[in-house]
Design a protein around this ligand. Structure first.
Ligand code: NAD
Length: 259
């Protein structure tokens, strides 16, 4: 019961295939009390279902592009929970046309949307929620290897994830004054709603499975367990880091080959 007595806000559950769901479940299994948000009314019933399963008392609306919803969320947490111990940001978006074809064709609009929803939202969320976090708390965001290396079709999202990882380093210093930690978890490819927008995603899955040291893809349960480590006091000396949970794929210099 590593998370017993801890309360946390998890942003980014769309359904029970979401990485945020894997994280929520892992934290719940270890005794945490959870607060969830839903992006819009279309996704609300799915999040309600998850909330019921995980014994979550309240879910709140949050579209990260709507400052009024973020303010209302902070007020609601203060009112209904007092202070919380951890925060998960598992949100990303880029227009579909920017996640196919050539990076050079990225439009200014697509670039701005990807940066606003996938990067600025972390800064905004942390600024809003920090006042209702206990000292010694932990923040986590989700990233992907496409921030550091070329991955086919990942395009503008790779640039956004690079900015996200840099934001984690700068936020680590600001939050460190209150001993609050922030890290990024770089997950291997997983079939989710967001991933279905990336061109040829099934090829990426196949390639990673074949060429990672563990010869497999990771599950949302495995990502959830790594996330729980970073959200718990087990990682009390760790901040500003990018931590990988990708079956080791990121260490490979060349694809595996059979003799
Ligand atoms: P998902 O579709 O289940 O989750 C994405 C979430 O982002 C959804 O809950 C969606 O509602 C939310 N979102 C998008 N726009 C939003 C907005 N304007 N306001 C509020 N919420 C918004 O997919 P996922 O794969 O679980 O993605 C979660 C995170 O994990 C993302 O940051 C993604 O880049 C990252 N990630 C995914 C993979 C993968 O292969 N699936 C790998 C590494 C990292």
């Amino acid at each position: 019961m590593i998370m017993k007595g801890k309360k946390g806000l998890i942003v980014g559950v769309a359904n029970n295939r979401s990485i945020a769901y894997g994280i929520a479940k892992a934290c719940k299994n270890q005794g945490a009390e959870l607060i969830l948000t839903y992006q819009n009314d279309k996704l609300k019933p799915r999040v309600e279902k998850v909330a019921k399963e995980l014994d979550v008392k309240n879910i709140y609306p949050l579209d990260v592009s709507k400052p009024e919803e973020l303010n209302a969320l902070k007020e609601a947490i203060e009112r209904d929970y007092g202070k919380i111990d951890f925060l998960v940001h598992s949100v990303a978006f880029a227009p579909r046309e920017a996640l196919d074809g050539k990076f050079i064709d990225t439009s200014k609009d697509a670039f701005n949307i990807a940066m606003e929803i996938s990067v600025y939202s972390l800064i905004d969320l942390v600024r809003a929620i920090e006042p209702v976090m206990n000292d010694g708390g932990s923040v986590l965001t989700l990233t992907y290897l496409g921030s550091q290396r070329y991955i086919p079709h990942y395009n503008v999202m790779g640039v956004a994830k690079a900015a996200l990882e840099a934001s984690v380093r700068y936020l680590a210093v600001d939050l460190g004054e209150r001993k609050i930690r922030i890290n990024a978890l770089s997950a291997g490819p997983i079939k989710t709603l967001a991933a279905s927008g990336i061109g040829d995603f099934s090829e990426i899955l196949k390639y990673n499975e074949k060429n990672s040291p563990l010869r497999k893809n990771v599950s949302i349960e495995e990502v959830g367990n790594s996330a729980m480590y970073l959200l718990s006091d087990l990682s009390s000396g760790v901040t500003g880091e990018v931590h990988f949970v990708d079956a080791g794929y990121n260490i490979m210099g060349m694809p595996l080959y059979e003799k």
